[in-house]
Ligand binder design. Structure first.
Ligand code: ATP
Ligand code: MG
Length: 499
């Protein structure tokens, strides 16, 4: 875009839509302009996929930073990735703008500084409570996935400044009393100078491919289509996991990077992607010492210490990645699906794991990782997800606050077959059940009947405890308890399927 000499500076300041068109070179669509121009102190946007929310967030962030010197815009979200993406969008738009191209992005890609000294910064929500200082605009991306406790801790400090403004954006998520859902509803039913809400289904976008959306309506589960396209909270009648059930099991604990695993004991489930993602979900017993005696007695609590999924990577790359994880975690077994495209990579993985052991790259004390092939048929899914459901209800499975995992679990629907069996419907569309299926695989190693007395460990870090909705407590930085036989079940193969 070439610099324009006759820009109307006053209008650039007064009108974000004029700013978008002339300073950034992309006119906003009408509904985006309406949002960008709103003077409401709290703006709440409940939106479907691909409707242009990232774009409008970036424009509003840049406009706010442009119109005054030394303004601070803070972008927070649950996943680090998501807030970084908003910042990357801002940096990209600024680079191509004739009046913002002096903006500088720092090495970590977390801080964009404009020529006038204003900054746009991205940090994970969990660190936001430390930033009580003079924020002019707070943008909360994926707001539905920010826990109530985190929000209650962060909001008063950040929003204390008179004149500071807040944007909450998300696909629909959260129980009835979640702050995002409450604020959204309030802004819809009684909009005010303080609070206004917008509802943007995917179909609102002028770029929306209506044929593709029709395809989704047919192939996706109703729940997935309703939330991610229509941007509505669903009637949960057919949901296998209700939002309440999931929310109650979630805690904002830190995942344990394999780099720092130091031989802690896990098992894992794998889902191989064809055109979609490969997923790896680890399962472990939580080292909770005496913390949860009152809730679960000596029953063990499981949690997910680590998960990852990768798009568009070759099988061989993923096999090597799992082998690498198995060198820092004590990876006892991996349950790997063999239907679909999974048979060949499962075999390669098994050979690789055996070779690793033979090559003595692992120390003597380590077993080779057992690769357990499974055919994930209907019965297997009913048993695996049934196990997850039971553990969730008992407060014995704690989930990380991971939007993709939670969304995928919530997207599962069930129906009764003609023969009276339960059938779990996983959305067919590519790439949208990988993590949920990998968890289903992982949980098949859990033996829910094992219990163990966990004596208090004086070295344990009990600072920063998090309490889930079921009243179970987990340290912010959890560690795994070494109870092999609690992770040695092979469900869905030769033994009984029951729990
Ligand atoms: N005002 C606009 N003019 C032209 N194209 C736009 C505009 N706003 C958004 N787009 C385009 O529409 C697509 C979706 O936009 P964007 O990424 O902002 O949506 P999103 O709702 O954040 O999507 P996702 O759900 O994938 O995060 C992108 O290709 C983007 O370039
Ligand atoms: Mg986006």
């Amino acid at each position: 875009m070439t610099p324009t000499v006759n820009l109307d500076i006053q209008q650039l300041i007064d009108d974000p839509a004029y700013f978008a068109e002339h300073a950034i070179g992309v006119p906003l669509w009408d509904y985006q302009a309406d949002f960008a121009r709103s003077p409401a102190r709290y703006r709440v946007m409940c939106a479907g996929r691909q409707v242009g929310k990232s774009r409008v967030l970036a424009v509003v962030a840049l406009h706010t930073a442009y119109i005054r010197a030394n303004v601070r815009v803070l972008v927070i979200s649950n996943g680090e990735d998501s807030s970084l993406r908003v910042l990357a969008d801002c940096a990209h738009l600024a680079r191509n703008s004739p009046i913002l191209n002096a903006a500088v992005l720092d090495d970590k890609k977390q801080l964009l500084t404009l020529g006038n000294g204003s900054t746009i910064q991205s940090i994970p929500a969990s660190e936001a409570r430390a930033r009580g200082d003079s924020i002019d605009l707070l943008i909360v991306d994926e707001a539905g996935f920010i826990s109530m406790s985190l929000w209650q801790a962060a909001e008063p400090a950040i929003v204390a400044r008179p004149g500071s403004r807040v944007i909450l954006a998300s696909t629909p998520w959260g129980k009835n009393d979640h702050f995002f859902r409450q604020k959204y509803n309030e802004g819809m039913t009684s909009p005010s100078a303080k609070l206004q809400s917008w509802h943007w289904p995917t179909t609102a976008s002028p770029l929306a491919d209506l044929d593709l959306i029709e395809d989704w309506r047919r192939t996706w589960s109703t729940i997935k289509f309703t939330t991610e396209v229509l941007a509505e909270w669903v009637n949960e009648a057919g949901a296998y996991f209700t939002m309440e059930e999931l929310d109650n099991a979630v805690a904002d604990y830190d995942l344990l990077d394999p780099k720092d695993a130091h031989g802690q004991l896990i098992t894992a489930g794998l889902d191989w992607g064809f055109s979609d993602a490969h997923a790896f979900v680890a399962l472990a017993v939580l080292d909770d010492q005496e913390l949860n005696q009152a809730v679960v007695g000596d029953d063990l609590i499981y949690f997910i210490p680590w998960l990852e999924s990768h798009h568009k990577k070759p099988y061989s790359w993923f096999v090597n990645r799992i082998e690498e994880i198995g060198r820092t975690y004590q990876l006892m077994s991996v349950v790997s699906e063999t239907n679909g495209v999974g048979a060949m990579p499962t075999e390669v993985l098994r050979n690789t794991m055996q070779r690793t052991k033979q090559s003595k790259r692992l120390d003597k004390a380590r077993w080779p990782t057992r690769v357990i092939p499974v055919n994930t048929d209907n019965r297997y899914k009913a048993s695996g997800f049934g196990g997850i459901k039971l553990l969730l209800q008992q407060g014995r499975l704690i989930l990380p606050n991971h939007p993709d995992l939670l969304r995928q679990l919530h997207n599962l629907e069930y129906e009764q077959t003609d023969t009276g069996q339960l059938r779990i419907r996983v959305p067919e569309a590519a790439g949208h059940d990988d993590i949920a299926m990998a968890l289903c695989q992982a949980i098949s190693t859990a033996d829910g009947s094992v219990y163990a007395y966990r004596p208090d460990n004086p070295r344990a870090n009990h600072r920063d405890l998090i309490t889930t909705g079921t009243g179970v407590r987990i340290p912010k930085q959890p560690s795994c308890l070494n109870v092999e036989h609690a992770l040695q079940r092979s469900r869905g193969r030769n033994k009984g399927d029951g729990w």
